[in-house]
Design a protein around this ligand. Structure first.
Ligand code: NDP
Length: 287
């Protein structure tokens, strides 16, 4: 809200760094458009200071906040209640404060599902190949499994996030109808076979992100096929090498920009109960 009074409510972003984030512009614009009396600010808070920050926000009755790296895991532990998706992944990007009771949600996966659907692609009941098992990838994995994607093959190198992902995969196989399997990249034929009967291939890794725009995990472009939708979580650049080569092979493609927009829209709905005016936000900040 540009006209701040004693009634104005606060929403915010916690993490470090936060100054680059588009979230303040997106949420302030949405509040202005809808005449909602909130202001959204970004606060640079390192992980070890999150407990103190949360205590302050709770005491001050701040309505809600987003959390970016490195606070997404610890924030889950600081909340009083945790959504099913956040419980499975152990991470959250959104807190709703209802009179001092904090509920953790993760809307990144919700944003992903909406971005795919808005591309006119239906992945419910279908098979997905997912590259990566880090923060963005697991948010996608969990939401896709909860929403009814039938089968997901997750690929990650053996070290790194692999062992953490094993726990998430076990929970999903136990609690959802989705058949989830974790693989490494050791045998390229396993990856090829997975992509061959997938409706969607998702890059959930940072491979190909600026400044390393010449990189891609799928170096063998014969793995692409015409019925494949290729999605990249990366939004800088808008067209990664993966998306460019997939397009050249005849695939439909989508980048991470609208995933980012729609995760914001989902958080906004949780705090305000209102639909973010996404067309206006797209035009102003995502074109
Ligand atoms: P994380 O650090 O949590 O995860 C990174 C993932 O990339 C891990 O699975 C990691 O594997 C993998 N990876 C990194 N380098 C390589 C490599 N050389 N070969 C194979 N795998 C590799 O990061 P985030 O999940 O937070 O972010 C990932 C990307 O997603 C970033 O580009 C970020 O900008 C984007 N993002 C987009 C969002 C959106 O809304 N569109 C939201 C959040 C993030 P390993 O286990 O080995 O480390």
């Amino acid at each position: 809200s540009k006209h701040i009074t004693g009634h104005t409510g606060l929403l915010c972003l916690l993490g470090s760094p936060v100054a680059h984030s588009v979230s303040p512009e997106m949420h302030n614009e949405a509040c202005d458009q809808l005449g909602l009396d909130y202001t959204y600010l970004a606060f640079d808070v390192p992980e070890e200071k999150m407990p103190e920050a949360v205590q302050g926000l709770r005491t001050m009755g701040v309505r809600g906040w987003n959390i970016t790296m490195p606070g997404k895991n610890i924030m889950c532990k600081l909340a009083d209640k945790v959504s099913p998706a956040s419980e499975i992944s152990g991470a959250c990007n959104t807190i709703v404060n209802d009179n001092g009771v904090l509920t953790a949600y993760t809307t990144d996966g919700v944003g992903f599902m909406r971005a795919v659907a808005e591309n006119g692609v239906d992945i419910i009941g279908k098979k997905m190949t997912l590259l990566g098992a880090g923060g963005a990838a697991t948010a996608i994995l969990v939401q896709a499994a909860l929403d009814g994607v039938a089968e997901i093959n997750v690929f990650n190198v053996r070290d790194g996030f692999f062992s953490r992902a094993e726990e998430i995969v076990a929970k999903l196989n136990e609690r959802t109808k989705c058949k989830v399997t974790l693989h490494d990249y050791e045998d390229p034929e396993v990856l090829r076979a997975s992509i061959a009967d997938s409706a969607i291939l998702v890059n959930g890794t940072s491979v190909g992100m600026a400044p390393n725009t010449d990189r891609t995990i799928i170096t063998d472009t014969s793995m692409f096929h015409k019925d494949l939708f290729v999605f990249d979580v990366i939004y800088n650049p808008k067209e990664t090498r993966l998306l460019r080569e997939a397009k050249e092979a005849g695939c439909r493609t989508g980048n991470g920009m609208y995933m980012l927009l729609y995760q914001g829209a989902a958080s906004f709905k949780l705090w305000t109960g209102e639909d973010m005016p996404v067309e206006i936000i797209k035009e102003k900040y995502f074109s």
